[in-house]
Design a protein around this ligand. Structure first.
Ligand code: DP6
Length: 333
């Protein structure tokens, strides 16, 4: 066993919103996805995590937002640390302290920022070299979408047969395009079926094979629209993709319905606002909250329209963000 040189490190990572979605794994254990995906990192939805390996500890410990966590959350973090410990050839257990700037389990991808921050902090604390592709592939094993929270800005995650080849890369820096993602939070309730359950059921939908056949075309069209900063081209592709993800979930066996009434009302409102001249498009993750995408010059109008509604509890206004970074421990709060 080699001794780690650092033992403790703190990292911060953004959540991300997928334009082209990860939904279903070829290999569940390794989280190797069926298809590539595309996303934007979110600056107002971040996780900051400190990992401290401690030779005096017998078991890993975890706190999230100052609450001690055991059970499934601790097991998942412990398994992720086991993988990093094996790579670094160390055996120390760790204290993991994590803080989020957004509510967990609501369709804002808390596992993406959580496992990206955990990976970057734990690999640094274990003394492993900081290679972005390797870190992205490691983060992926903790939560698929976390692979995309490691690189900067607008990101593509490769689908590949080998674990080391399925990592995410930046395709544009955050300042490529001042696109905004206003998350309309309609529910803080923890979702009943996590995205893990949804991935396992996805291929049971009779429409899953058809989705896979046309996804590559959508992926290439989205990359072109993103490169050209063309929201009129990108927006309809993003909406079609979000509805398709939920169509797959709703037709899985058993079916999964993530929406509630406010979700549907907001999808209809988006179309109405667009008819009235506001260039806004929706997307959704595995939850009831609605992500509304627009350009910077429309963001204030959109935020006002959302705040005026009775069914929106809170609006989270995101700009494109850098990926995961090591930070000074004092930033861990
Ligand atoms: C609908 O990455 O949360 O947000 O790998 O089981 O942690 P696990 O799943 P997760 O799935 C995200 C699903 C999604 C689409 C996406 O972000 O691409």
């Amino acid at each position: 066993m080699s001794e780690p040189t650092h033992l403790a490190a703190t990292a911060s990572a953004p959540s991300n919103i997928a334009f082209l979605k990860y939904w279903g794994n070829v290999n569940e254990g390794l989280r190797l996805p069926y298809n590539p995906s595309l996303s934007m990192n979110l600056d107002a939805a971040t996780t900051t995590t400190t990992v401290r390996f401690d030779p005096g500890l017998n078991v890993d410990s975890l706190s999230i937002d100052d609450e001690a966590r055991r059970g499934a959350a601790l097991t998942r973090v412990g398994q992720h640390l086991d993988h990093i410990r094996a790579r670094a050839d160390i055996s120390h257990r760790a204290h993991v302290r994590s803080h989020n700037t957004f509510p967990m389990g609501t369709g804002i991808a808390s596992s993406a920022s959580a496992f990206a921050a955990l990976t970057v902090a734990a690999t640094a604390a274990a003394g492993l070299p900081l290679d972005e592709k390797v870190q992205s592939a490691i983060a992926r094993r903790g939560s698929g979408s976390a692979a995309r929270s490691v690189p900067d800005g607008f990101v593509a995650w490769r689908a590949a047969a080998r674990s080391e080849d399925s990592f995410a890369e930046s395709i544009h820096p955050p300042d490529h395009w001042d696109l905004r993602d206003l998350v309309a939070v309609v529910s803080h309730a923890h979702k009943e079926v996590g995205s893990g359950g949804g991935h396992a059921l996805a291929a049971a939908s009779p429409f899953f094979a058809a989705r896979q056949r046309h996804l590559l075309g959508r992926y290439l069209a989205m990359r072109d629209a993103l490169a050209a900063r063309d929201l009129a081209a990108l927006g309809p592709l993003i909406e079609a993709e979000a509805l398709e993800l939920h169509a797959i979930a709703m037709t899985s066996r058993p079916p999964v319905l993530y929406w509630d009434g406010a979700t549907v009302a907001l999808l209809n409102a988006t179309r109405r606002w667009r008819d009235e001249g506001l260039a806004v498009y929706f997307t959704l993750d595995a939850g009831p909250n609605v992500h509304l995408l627009c350009e910077a010059h429309d963001a204030d109008d959109l935020e006002r329209a959302l705040q005026a509604r009775g069914d929106v509890e809170r609006v989270l206004h995101n700009r494109p963000a850098y990926g995961a970074r090591l930070v000074a421990p004092s930033a861990a709060a």
